[in-house]
Design a protein around this ligand. Structure first.
Ligand SMILES: Nc1ncnc2c1ncn2[C@@H]1O[C@H](COP(=O)(O)OP(=O)(O)O)[C@@H](O)[C@H]1O
Ligand SMILES: [Mg+2]
Length: 413
């Protein structure tokens, strides 16, 4: 049956147009993986440092690059930043420099022992490298040759009994990378960027001394005259341990912390995707401010909320009152899609602790406020699960205020 034309006809027509538009361009907000480089917001200082660092090292034969550590808690944008770096290398810099880059995402099984780590890293180099287009074919052939040699090493290594293995040559990262560098340099590559995402698995799941080993290798590569720029990422909690157990390790890197966005950062994260995908939705500044306040400027939550805003809201402008109307729906979806999973990551004993944490008025608290010191292991474990964040001087905080709200409500039931 056909709808009668009503007074809302005009508005409906606009809604249809917007719905059409979104269908055409898709929803540019996506929070379940890293952000597409074109929508990447903020982090100017870090991007500038990266660009200058790479340019200097690539254009001056004698300049060694500065390795970079990026520290930040869950969902703050570490992986997104690495992908943005890769995009800068291969789009913005491609005409002036020949760069080779690899993105290597660590997982626990990779850190079992040094051989597995080395062979997985070499595997990533062989399969996941990217280079600027003019050199693609030439470099592709070189990598294929090297990968054959690495594969041979791996087979020899794995097929030997443990006793024999100890006597034979180990998979040697420095040797493999030095050889690779010499070939790449001879074929016009100026610099190699190796990005290792989620380095904390080395600390929590790695073999004894894994960080020492990596440090020694990185140092040996630098003094050996190769040009590798290492970029590693991890949650903030690893830094003190990294510093303690492998002090020179931290000295080898320039450290950057990723924190929540400030208001202009939040605004950019919201406006940029709307503008670039030509979505006709005008969001007033007070709405952006409200989104900034409830998300605390946390990128994951900003993007999750915006994804739902586009899904639910079909008008061309949005005022604060209109946002407030849909807000409960947005929060409810976050609870279902994120906080329930978070909560279920905790054991029963840890769940009780979480509920207690949510009852404390202050955002940052010390262990003694919830329980006896003997149970502080639970807090440590919750921090490892990234549900609590460990702050300075042994204090803690729930990882996000919205999670705190969720727990408070659970506690009331
Ligand atoms: N600089 C940024 N600009 C826009 N969105 C971002 C940015 N950084 C992170 N995000 C958003 O936050 C989410 C989590 O980012 P991610 O890089 O996966 O974090 P991490 O690796 O630190 O856990 C992504 O889905 C993305 O939508
Ligand atoms: Mg990540």
């Amino acid at each position: 049956m056909q709808e009668p034309y009503g007074i809302d006809y005009d508005k409906d027509d606009k809604n249809d147009k917007l719905a059409e538009k979104t269908k055409m361009t898709g929803n540019p907000f996506y929070a379940k993986g890293p952000v597409e480089p074109q929508y990447f917001a903020n982090r100017r200082e870090l991007l500038e440092f990266f660009t200058e660092n790479v340019t200097d090292a690539a254009q001056n034969k004698n300049t060694k690059p500065d390795n970079i550590t990026i520290l930040g808690n869950w969902g703050i944008g570490k992986t997104s930043t690495l992908l943005k770096f890769q995009d800068i290398i291969h789009n913005e810099m491609k005409d002036s420099m020949n760069l080779f880059s690899v993105f290597f995402s660590l997982k626990p099984s990779v850190c079992e022992n040094a051989d597995v780590f080395t062979s997985c890293l070499l595997d990533a180099i062989a399969k996941q490298y990217t280079i600027s287009i003019p050199l693609k074919d030439r470099i592709g052939a070189i990598i294929k040759d090297e990968a054959k040699i690495w594969e041979q090493w791996k087979l020899e290594n794995i097929s030997l009994s443990p006793e024999l293995r100890r006597k034979t040559r180990k998979l040697d990262l420095v040797e493999a990378l030095t050889k690779l560098w010499n070939k790449l340099e001879n074929n016009g590559i100026d610099l190699v960027v190796i990005m290792i995402d989620d380095i904390h698995y080395m600390l929590t799941e790695g073999w004894d001394g894994s960080l020492y080993d990596l440090r020694t290798d990185i140092q040996a590569l630098a003094t050996g005259g190769t040009k590798y720029l290492f970029i590693i990422t991890g949650p903030k909690f690893i830094y003190p341990t990294m510093h303690e157990i492998a002090e020179p390790f931290t000295r080898l890197f320039e450290r950057f912390e990723l924190n929540n966005f400030d208001f202009p950062g939040t605004k950019e994260a919201i406006i940029k995707p709307l503008r670039l995908s030509e979505i006709q939705l005008k969001i007033s500044d007070d709405v952006i401010e409200q989104i900034h306040n409830i998300t605390d400027g946390h990128p994951f939550f900003i993007i999750s909320i915006m994804r739902d805003v586009l899904r639910i809201y079909k008008n061309e402008t949005m005022t604060l009152a209109e946002f407030e109307e849909i807000k409960p729906k947005l929060i409810e979806h976050l609870s279902r899609s994120k906080f329930q999973d978070d909560y279920n990551k905790a054991t029963d004993a840890e769940k009780l602790i979480l509920l207690k944490c949510a009852e404390i008025n202050n955002r940052i608290f010390s262990p003694s406020e919830i329980m006896s010191k003997s149970m502080s292991k639970l807090l440590e474990r919750l921090a490892k699960k990234e549900l609590l964040v460990k702050m300075e001087r042994g204090k803690y905080s729930l990882y996000h205020p919205l999670f705190k709200e969720y727990l408070k409500n659970l506690g009331k039931i």
